[in-house]
Design a protein. Sequence first.
Length: 130
Amino acid sequence: MKFICTPLFILFIVPALSFADPIDDIADLIRRGNIHELSKMFAPSVDVTILENENVYTQTQAEIILDKFLNQNKPETVKVLHKVNSNQSYRFGVLLVTTTKETFRMTFTLKGTGANLAIIELRIETDKVK
């Protein structure tokens, strides 16, 4: 009986204990267009660059600006190109976001402590590789 329970424990319980990667979570929220949930991951002030427009915004302002951009450019696919997750208090991700109009490269930086990582920088630019 003990022999049978051990593989079942490993098969069902261990994957449930693994923590979700915040970069993958962000990619999923963008894919689904759920900017309201994504904005909960924003720091109180966020450095946002969308194409040529760069500014520092509050959490609410950043949500409105990103929501407007993604409503005008509906994501069709989102692919994680690169992620840096070797440091507990710093993460960096690069996404390739294909929209109804064109393809964009989205980069973001998360900083904080452990589970309290917050997006401090978000940059969207047209993808230069065609």
